[in-house]
Design a protein around this ligand. Structure first.
Ligand SMILES: Cc1cc2nc3c(=O)[nH]c(=O)nc-3n(C[C@H](O)[C@H](O)[C@H](O)COP(=O)(O)O)c2cc1C
Length: 185
């Protein structure tokens, strides 16, 4: 099972790095598998800790994919790391070992601390649609144009029917990014 989360890591300078990452569940914890090149990967090598932030604020997913990475955080409790203010809950992770791979090393992590901050208020189809669209945006270089357009047309139905203001803004940022990509020479 993969959980789509916002992973925060720390650079050697202490700067917080925020990235949407799909955490792979394992019996003993989670695997973080960043594709090279990746700031998250560099940070995990320097400071083998991370925070998995569970949030329904899809503006952060869309923001990170469109160059808006500055979201409020506070220090983590048990690891050198940062917790997103928008997290409904979070898990603090320590890397136990790394399975090396030329394109996608796997950082196996154990959970050293967990905390809940706000209630889960149910599924929203527009939020799921934004997460799917964010994944498409992260793969624009790799995917055929027709596939992206077909999937966006389908996902748009849920956004039109069920979005709130944050989901609408997130969707607009992603659509702007797709338009900008199409206009590149
Ligand atoms: C829902 C979602 C899940 C993602 N999961 C991964 C992942 O598991 N590994 C990865 O390398 N990138 C993943 N991405 C793409 C990264 O968020 C994006 O490339 C990011 O910039 C990572 O690179 P960075 O560590 O340099 O910031 C995901 C994107 C989204 C929207």
């Amino acid at each position: 099972m993969i959980r789509e989360t916002i992973v925060t890591t720390l650079a050697p300078s202490g700067a917080v790095h925020i990235a949407p990452i799909g955490l792979i569940e394992e019996p003993e914890g989670f695997v973080i598998a960043p594709f090279r090149p990746s700031q998250t990967l560099e940070n995990l090598r320097a400071n083998p800790h991370a925070v998995a932030n569970y949030t329904d604020d899809v503006l952060i997913f869309a923001g990170c994919l469109t160059g808006r990475r500055d979201w409020p955080t506070r220090p983590a409790a048990r690891v050198p790391g940062a917790v997103l203010d928008a997290a409904l809950a979070h898990a603090e992770l320590a890397v136990t070992h790394v399975s090396e791979h030329p394109e996608r090393p796997r950082f196996h992590c154990k959970v050293v601390h967990e905390a809940s901050h706000a209630p889960f208020r149910g599924f929203n189809r527009a939020q799921a649609a934004v997460v799917e669209a964010a994944i498409l945006v992260s793969r624009l270089d790799l995917l055929p144009r027709e596939k992206v357009e077909k999937e966006i047309a389908y996902l748009r139905i849920a956004v039109d029917k069920t979005a709130g203001p944050r989901e609408r803004q997130a969707w607009d940022w992603l659509m702007e990014r797709i338009s900008a990509f199409r206009q590149k020479p």
